[in-house]
Design a protein around this ligand. Structure first.
Ligand SMILES: Cc1cc2nc3c(=O)[nH]c(=O)nc-3n(C[C@H](O)[C@H](O)[C@H](O)COP(=O)(O)OP(=O)(O)OC[C@H]3O[C@@H](n4cnc5c(N)ncnc54)[C@H](O)[C@@H]3O)c2cc1C
Length: 524
């Protein structure tokens, strides 16, 4: 085996015919199966004036050829296996279910929302009629918060093998193979529902169960141990263990745990706005191109961070979940609140670039809510979301301010066009956020304007609020057994429990919890 690194023009890298002819020329062999080429990494390097694409490949002789991926969809049948309850069908829940099947256990997945197809109707109702169904929205429903998203698959996890496995599982269920080697892989909101449907099919084919419209409202408990759950209709679902993977927005679950005196802790999160620019402007800044990026380069993104200082206190301000060529979406989970997030189609071809710009929040920010104990951060988060709703008129219209106006504390006389479908309302964000958050955001934006010339413009606007960046609650678990520190049989899992942030890390945590359950039940 040998490796090859190519530094190519965008058209050479992204046009398949040009790429193949260049590659085999360089190798000095014909494209006739004499050698096999495995892409290892593809990244865009825009540091110098001319943007290049770096591609690393492994080249092997025909005799050493291997399949591109090793993962295979489950073939066994676990219908008679021990029952394990998985609450939530987000990435954590679905990947937990698949791994349980591999380990011979029967997952019973319980999901408050609907299947991906039916869920679309409720998304349309939020966008067009301003009606938020508390069980089916951009956060709740099959595939969880990851289904109608950008489907960015980067993670800060250093466990390369585990990350690769998650990506391979996604490819086996219909995602493009590019995600295996792109430096910044993403799937796109138009492709994710099909992948999620295939994941469901694998679980059902192997004898697992999935129940939609099944909101869990109680735990079945005996002597400090959980042995099942109860849904909104009073139906009981017994199981030998419960994986609780309900995501960062399941406030009723946090409330339930609190009321049942099951230990939980408040957790800092990040809070701010989403900023929306024309994608062409971001491309011009990032790719040094004019007037546009041309037909081959993908929509450009950015990642920014600044340490602000407000009232003598340092506050991290950073870009979060950037969606190039994307849309801002209404991500509220209850009527009376406004929350924004971002998604992009696989081609990232909308004319807008949006990114969360958020400030790290800590205990001092939710001090006022301390009478809510471990739910204090959650109540603070909810208060800001309600402010956002009231300030913008009480519908799903979102508060907005042009960027320079935001920096100069001025309500905008007019607003720009936006990708946010329910519409915008011109407000002064001083009516939404505490002063410290505003000042930290302003300092952050000013710094980003220095790093990216042209970024600060009134043709951009901030839209709020970006508040569901991570869970405001942690559900403590034992570091080794992954069981709740007090309650036997309960496995807090994924982003809602505070152990993941994003699709890939949630999926990885789902697998880990499934393995921990198997260790307990099967003693393996
Ligand atoms: C619009 C949007 C875009 C995003 N874009 C990206 C991205 O590009 N890349 C990325 O890595 N991350 C992205 N995220 C974040 C990502 O989706 C989450 O980090 C990830 O989905 C967390 O997975 P999870 O399984 O832990 O929880 P979730 O995905 O939140 O899943 C929890 C599930 O539990 C269900 N549930 C909740 N309560 C109950 C109950 N009582 N009974 C039964 N079921 C219940 C919910 O309906 C939901 O389906 C985005 C999020 C949003 C909202």
């Amino acid at each position: 085996m040998r490796t090859l690194e190519l530094v190519l023009k965008p058209e050479e890298a992204f046009d398949e015919a040009q790429f193949n002819s260049l590659l085999y020329d360089k190798l000095g062999v014909k494209n006739d199966g004499t050698v096999f080429v495995y892409p290892v990494k593809r990244s865009i390097d825009a540091r110098s004036k001319d943007v290049v694409v770096r591609i690393q490949c492994e080249i092997v002789e025909r005799s050493e050829a291997r399949p591109l991926t090793t993962y295979r969809r489950p073939v066994g049948n676990v219908s008679n296996g021990a029952r394990v309850i998985v609450v939530g069908s987000g990435p954590a829940g679905l990947f937990a279910a698949l791994r349980l099947i591999e380990l011979g256990l029967k997952p019973i997945v319980l999901e408050r929302g609907y299947d991906v197809q039916t869920r679309r109707r409720d998304l349309a109702a939020i966008n067009k009629e301003h009606v938020v169904n508390p069980d089916s929205n951009y956060c709740f429903g099959e595939g969880g918060a990851g289904t109608y998203s950008d489907g960015k698959l980067y993670t800060r996890s250093k466990k390369r093998g585990d990350v690769k496995r998650i990506l391979e599982i996604l490819v086996a269920h219909g995602a493009k193979q590019d995600i295996l080697f792109d430096a910044h892989p993403h799937v796109g909101t138009n492709k994710l529902p099909r992948v999620v449907t295939e994941l469901r099919q694998s679980i059902l084919n192997a004898g697992g169960e999935i129940h939609f419209d099944t909101r869990i409202v109680d735990f079945m408990m005996q002597n400090g141990s959980v042995d099942g759950v109860v849904n909104q209709r009073g139906d009981k679902f017994p199981g030998e263990a419960v994986i609780l993977a309900t995501g960062h927005s399941a406030r009723d679950i946090f409330q339930l745990l609190f009321e049942k005196r099951i230990e939980i802790e408040s957790k800092p999160f990040a809070l701010g706005v989403r900023v929306e620019h024309q994608q062409a402007l971001i491309d011009q800044i990032q790719y040094h191109c004019f007037p546009n990026r041309g037909p081959f380069l993908p929509a450009s993104s950015y990642s920014l961070v600044h340490q602000a200082r407000v009232n003598g206190k340092q506050r991290g301000v950073f870009s979060f979940c950037m969606c190039p060529g994307g849309f801002i979406v209404p991500a509220a989970t209850s009527p009376g609140e406004v929350v924004v997030n971002g998604m992009s189609p696989s081609r990232r071809d909308s004319p807008f670039a949006n990114s969360g710009i958020v400030v790290a929040i800590d205990e001092s920010d939710f001090l006022k809510y301390r009478n809510h104990g471990p739910l204090s951060a959650m109540y603070f988060q909810s208060h800001i979301e309600r402010n956002a709703c009231v300030s913008a008129g009480g519908t799903q219209a979102a508060p907005a301010q042009r960027l320079i106006d935001f920096l100069e504390n001025r309500t905008s006389a007019t607003l720009n066009q936006s990708s946010y479908q329910p519409g915008l309302s011109s407000v002064n964000f001083k009516d939404v956020f505490p002063d410290d958050i505003i000042r930290a955001l302003q300092q952050g934006f000013r710094n980003f304007g220095i790093k990216m010339k042209g970024y600060l413009t009134n043709e951009a606007q901030v839209i709020g609020v970006e508040s569901r960046t991570s869970s405001p609650v942690r559900i403590p678990r034992d570091g080794k057994t992954l069981e709740h520190t007090q309650i036997s049989g309960l496995f807090p899992c994924g982003e809602g429990a505070g152990y993941a942030g994003g699709i890939v890390s949630a999926a990885m945590d789902g697998e880990r919890c499934a393995e921990a359950v198997a260790q307990k039940i099967l003693r393996i």
